[in-house]
Ligand binder design. Structure first.
Ligand code: FA5
Length: 344
């Protein structure tokens, strides 16, 4: 068997020296080192040899296996380098040719706005949370003081998943406010949180309304929070995003889940307050609804309204870049026209 190993070694090394294509190296490997290869076959037959021969033949067969493996690596490397050299000689490269430009992607303007908005609130100490887009009637309406048949349901044209009349109906959330309940229910006080995310409404689109749009909800619950805190927070936010010169309007509004309720509008950039298509000829564009969390809502979430108060707001994200860059139609954001998107 030792002689047989010597013969295999000679044959293998001779054959390998004659291999001159990288692809042939693999066939050679299979012939000698593969599962049914010559060396493997001998290694497998060791068990049938008497012990003294087994040690001798085994050591030599293993040494041969190692030698062939190393030779294979050397040969493959040699052939690959030769191939590369020959190719380079044959096809001269003109390294002075300018490269082909690779198109660089960029973030969608709404993604950038979301990051910017969240950045401002993070600097004020708010944490960023997310919530489900498919929501229960309970969180979207009932817990927010909007029971079935309440006229305020008409404010939110809803895309229902289950029938509204079924006991536990699901819907596509019409605003990010259901997260107020989910956060307060957890009972970790005090709270400073913002929730960016999508909202859906079953309504005709126009220059300022889409059926899918983004909102950022804000919620602060603590001892001694007042309307002045809400006003200060929102004015600071508006100054960061629109500059100190821009006029901000803060006035009463109604939402069943806050008391009092307010609305914030920003002077229209497109017309400088004169009135245009973007602002519906009012000179102002509403960006958010807000107010002091209603005591009934606090109570429903297990928070004592005698001890704690809070404010909440929900802003329309698309309206922010519209006001900053004078974009006069919200639908441009989702039409996927690169000529528009590339400008940001
Ligand atoms: C709400 O959605 C309330 N959840 C806001 C709120 C939160 C009030 C917390 C009080 C406390 P409203 O329907 O007004 O309110 O929407 C808030 C903002 O979302 C609007 O000011 C507007 O900027 C934006 N928005 C509303 N509907 C659309 C729409 N169809 N397309 C684009 N933006 C919209």
């Amino acid at each position: 068997m030792l002689r047989q190993l010597d013969e295999i070694r000679l044959d293998a090394l001779n054959e390998l020296a004659q291999v001159d294509e990288v692809e042939e190296v693999e066939a050679w490997r299979v012939r000698y080192l593969g599962k049914k290869g010559n060396v493997t076959r001998i290694l497998r037959s060791l068990a049938s040899l008497p012990l003294d021969q087994r040690k001798l033949v085994g050591a030599q067969a293993n040494a041969l296996k190692e030698e062939l493996q190393l030779s294979l690596v050397d040969r493959r490397k040699f052939l690959e380098e030769t191939h590369l050299r020959l190719t380079a000689d044959r096809r001269r490269l003109d390294i002075t040719l300018p490269g082909r430009p690779v198109p660089v992607g960029r973030f969608h303007p709404i993604t950038r706005s979301l990051e910017e908005i969240c950045g401002v609130f993070k600097n004020m100490g708010f944490q960023v949370l997310e919530g489900p887009q498919v929501e229960w009637d309970y969180y979207n309406f009932e817990a927010l003081n909007i029971p079935r048949d309440h006229p305020a349901r008409d404010m939110f044209a809803t895309l229902w998943i289950d029938s509204e009349t079924s006991g536990k109906a699901r819907l596509l959330r019409t605003h990010t406010s259901p997260m107020q309940i989910r956060i307060m229910e957890k009972g970790c006080l005090p709270i400073r949180a913002i929730v960016p995310g999508r909202a859906y409404r079953y309504e005709a689109t126009d220059a300022t309304h889409e059926s899918m749009f983004y909102q950022v909800e804000g919620l602060a619950v603590d001892k001694d929070i007042t309307l002045a805190d809400l006003k200060g927070t929102l004015f600071e936010f508006c100054h960061c995003l629109f500059g100190k010169e821009r006029k901000i309007r803060f006035r009463c509004d109604y939402f069943p889940f806050v008391e009092p309720g307010v609305e914030v509008a920003v002077e229209c950039l497109s017309c400088g307050g004169e009135g245009c298509r973007l602002c519906g000829h009012s000179g102002w564009l509403e960006i958010l609804g807000a107010g002091m969390v209603h005591p009934d809502v606090l109570q429903r979430c297990g928070i004592d309204p005698e001890e704690y108060t809070g404010f909440a707001f929900g802003m329309g994200v698309e309206r922010i870049p519209m006001l900053r860059y004078g974009i006069d139609d919200i639908r441009l954001f989702y039409a996927n026209d690169l000529r528009f998107l590339k400008q940001f």
